[in-house]
Write a protein of this length. Structure first.
Length: 289
């Protein structure tokens, strides 16, 4: 149904501004009613924007405008009052050019702030919102020195931790770098072939390997052909036990032993990761509950 309505407008002779009469059933500058908006949002629970547009005989832009305004209203300013655990990370929209800093509610995995850029400056609006909300932040997780400084300054009483996801991600990146280096340096054709086939298998847990695709055999073949790769994979599997520690004392002992073992391998990639763990040992152990 289409409603054609002439809406009275008046102009102020003093300032030149034009005002229109307030309509309770429609928002200003919109070509649809509030009832239409509600109907569209109900349809979008089941249909895509294009399907809803086709059904209603309107443009995709109109449907998207309704959805965008709803999302903006619902999620643009989330409440921070009950947030107690946060995680801070950066994402690259255009690597080397455009970055965003994202703050998550660690307990429920919801983004509660997105700032332009990276580093301390990008978090300044968030700290202001947090103070206004009077939130009691118990713990904060990150892996960037810039964020660590901001956390210490703005949340001096919060527990500073390194979360499991980022630690494993960093270790996997070093494993991939080791594989690439071995591929560049080796003259062994068999090893080159084996390394090509295990790019993603190295970061899988042994119990996740697909037997129907012979993943365990392919991985074992590559490990048998190179000692450094074999050692790195064993240490990766061994490191998983850190997250099984139930007390901070046992976690600290395990971490120290693992770091010393990794340093003694003389494998540059493992040594770099071990150095990172040494520099962040306290925050990492704080993640043990």
């Amino acid at each position: 149904m289409t409603i054609i309505l002439n809406v009275p407008r008046v102009q102020c002779h003093a300032c030149g501004s034009i005002k229109q009469i307030h309509l309770t059933f429609a928002k200003e500058h919109k070509r649809y009613t509030r009832f239409f908006e509600t109907y569209v949002l109900d349809l979008l629970q089941l249909l895509t924007c294009q399907d809803a547009a086709d059904h209603l005989g309107v443009s995709w832009d109109t449907i998207r405008d309704v959805e965008k305004e709803y999302l903006q209203k619902r999620f643009a300013n989330p409440s921070l009052k009950d947030v107690t655990h946060i995680a801070i990370d950066e994402i690259a929209l255009q690597k080397g050019h455009k970055y965003l800093t994202v703050v998550m509610d660690w307990k429920i995995g919801r983004a509660i702030f997105v700032g332009d850029g990276k580093g301390e400056e990008s978090l300044k609006p968030f700290w202001k919102k947090l103070r206004r909300a009077k939130a009691n932040i118990v713990a904060a997780a990150d892996m960037s020195p810039a964020y660590a400084s901001a956390i210490r300054q703005n949340l001096p009483d919060a527990l500073h931790v390194l979360d499991r996801f980022h630690v494993i991600k960093l270790f996997n990146e070093q494993l991939m770098e080791l594989r690439r280096r071995l591929f560049r340096e080796t003259l062994d054709k068999d090893l080159k072939t084996a390394l090509k086939g295990v790019r993603f298998l190295l970061v899988k847990h042994a119990y996740n390997l697909d037997v129907t695709k012979n993943e365990a055999e392919r991985l074992q073949n590559a490990l048998d052909l190179n000692h450094d790769l074999y050692v790195a994979y064993l240490l990766k599997e061994d490191f998983d036990e850190f997250w099984e520690q139930e007390e901070k004392v046992s976690a600290s002992r395990f971490l120290l032993r693992w770091i010393q073992t990794a340093e003694a391998t003389n494998i540059p990639e493992l040594q770099r990761f071990a150095k990172t763990l040494r520099n962040h040992a306290d925050q990492l152990i704080n993640d043990v509950t």
